[in-house]
Design a protein around this ligand. Structure first.
Ligand code: MG
Length: 394
């Protein structure tokens, strides 16, 4: 997989918003816009680290608030410049040498979806440069200001609409290509309003992946209301709870995988995947809380992709779905029901593995061991079961 570093220019003053607070710090669904945007990007597993360029007097406070947000990826916060191009240039200096691709995304486009991010990355991986953009719906006119009043302009041409695309972000480039484009722009004293512009002027192809008008850039008064409107289930923070349950038969000679960890035991669960009852109960609890159905609809056992798959991959997939819909995992509680083996000593490793797959802290996961007092199939050691409850907020 390509290693992608994400750069977020966030040094704007938001003068067009008419608000005292820069737009990247306004609160969207209870979260600063910058953090909301970062969480959307963090849902993409290919993004290995972040570099944020912000105003010099905000570097410390931004770094502190991001640290407490626990994104599970390294984040560097650097001083931005007076222009977007200067800010991105400062951030480029901090990109790790082993980054394959660099993704630049407006800090104030919080509603970008995981699907959009992944499509642009895939396109750039194939052709070196790709951006998200939308077709123009209105007829596009070229104008000059002439000596007319401020709010009036003179039309000089009509540009055929099918030749026009409105550029959005993410914009993703082969790292070496973007660095070269910025180096040449500096040499030539050229400024562009987006990164693609600097790559285009080198005569290199840049592809456009079709985005959505919902991926709006919070720029003008009223855009925050529009963003809240576009948020699924907008209308303030919301807490939801989901329940999950799973049971697998145990058979000799199968590995016992539980909470993503292999335990030393002569028997293991029978199943299409690794039969990890704890991970499966967790999947159902998370999907249940999000109102997204159950594990069977997302990972059908007829799909060869999931044959003998580690159930941690299910959790990673669900993590992306949750982030895409703006959900955050608050807490997980689970019971594992089995007579043997003793689970307590393995719980720290299980919590670590589950937490890593879900991008949360191990402290947000509580595990409990139960027996069935030798009663019924679980009690006789013929099966293992788990129950889970997940709490999400949005
Ligand atoms: Mg199962």
């Amino acid at each position: 997989m390509n290693r992608v570093t994400a750069i977020l220019p966030a040094a704007g003053l938001g003068t067009r918003m008419g608000a005292d607070t820069p737009k990247q710090f306004l609160s969207l669904d209870g979260v600063p816009v910058l953090l909301f945007t970062l969480r959307r990007l963090a849902a993409c597993p290919a993004i290995t680290d972040f570099v944020i360029a912000t105003r010099a007097d905000e570097v410390d406070s931004v770094a502190a608030s991001i640290k407490s947000a626990k994104l599970g990826r390294p984040v560097k916060v650097v001083r931005g410049g007076d222009t977007r191009q200067d800010s991105v240039a400062n951030a480029l200096a901090e990109v790790p040498a082993d980054a394959d691709l660099i993704l630049v995304h407006d800090a104030v486009r919080p509603l970008v979806t995981l699907n959009q991010i992944e499509r642009v990355i895939a396109e750039a991986a194939a052709c070196d440069a790709a951006i998200l953009g939308i077709p123009a719906m209105d007829t596009v006119k070229e104008v000059k200001r002439a000596s007319l009043p401020n709010d009036v302009a003179l039309i000089t041409a009509t540009i055929p609409r099918e030749r026009v695309v409105l550029a959005q972000t993410p914009q993703v480039f082969r790292a070496s290509l973007l660095l070269e484009a910025f180096g040449r722009a500096r040499q030539d004293g050229v400024t562009a309003s987006d990164e693609a512009g600097l790559v285009e002027r080198m005569g290199r192809d840049v592809h456009v992946v079709v985005g959505s008008e919902r991926n709006l850039k919070i720029t003008r008064p009223g855009d925050m209301e529009l963003a809240e409107f576009y948020l699924p289930g907008a209308g303030g923070p919301m807490t939801r709870v989901g329940i999950g349950y799973d049971l697998h038969r145990l058979a000799e000679g199968r590995k016992l995988i539980l909470g993503g960890i292999e335990l030393p035991f002569p028997k293991g669960p029978v199943g299409h995947s690794d039969g990890d009852v704890l991970a499966h109960a967790l999947c159902d609890a998370l999907l249940g809380a999000a109102g997204m159905g159950d594990i069977g609809t997302h990972f059908p056992d007829t799909d060869p992709r999931w044959k003998d798959a580690s159930s941690l991959r299910f959790l990673e997939h669900i993590r992306g779905l949750l982030a895409e819909h703006g959900f955050r995992i608050v807490h997980i509680d689970a019971n594992v029901i089995t007579e043997k083996p003793k689970l307590g000593p393995h719980f720290p490793a299980m919590r670590e593995a589950l937490a890593k797959s879900l991008g949360i802290a191990p402290s947000a996961i509580n595990l409990k061991a139960k027996t069935n007092e030798s009663v019924d199939a679980v009690g006789r050691g013929e099966a293992i079961a788990a129950q889970a409850i997940a709490t999400l907020d949005r």
